[in-house]
Design a protein around this ligand. Sequence first.
Ligand SMILES: [Zn+2]
Length: 148
Amino acid sequence: MDSSMNYRSWTTEDLQQCHERNKKRKEASKLKDFTCSKCGARAVPSHYVYYAAWEMVDLIMCIMCTHWYAMHKMVLKDPKTHFVARDNAYTVGDENLSKNLQRGFGGALFIIRFPDGAIVESTNLWHRGAVPTEWQEDLPNTAFFLRG
Ligand SMILES: [Zn+2]
């Protein structure tokens, strides 16, 4: 076997990116705690992987609020895939998933109705968590379960 086919040599750009990542990683470990601008919780960016830590700092949010911020963006971008019902967030997974892979809710059938009348059936629905009080205005209920 030709081992040169398994990897390529590092370019100057690769080394530069690696250097930048290491620098951000090192700086992230020294980030100071702050108060979340959304929920008021203590945010401790130094406890998280560097890219999550920097996102917390950029958003001035705790780790949980960065999760809900991302969910909010996903609901706006693709509201038939990511939605809120009964004050809980859900994501419709791929229906054509290999039989070997785990399905959301063990493959149980859910039938979801949206305000525009669209109906989505899913046997691969994933629960993303109960929407916290602070996020309920940004993430209102956007769908109903007809089944599930
Ligand atoms: Zn928060």
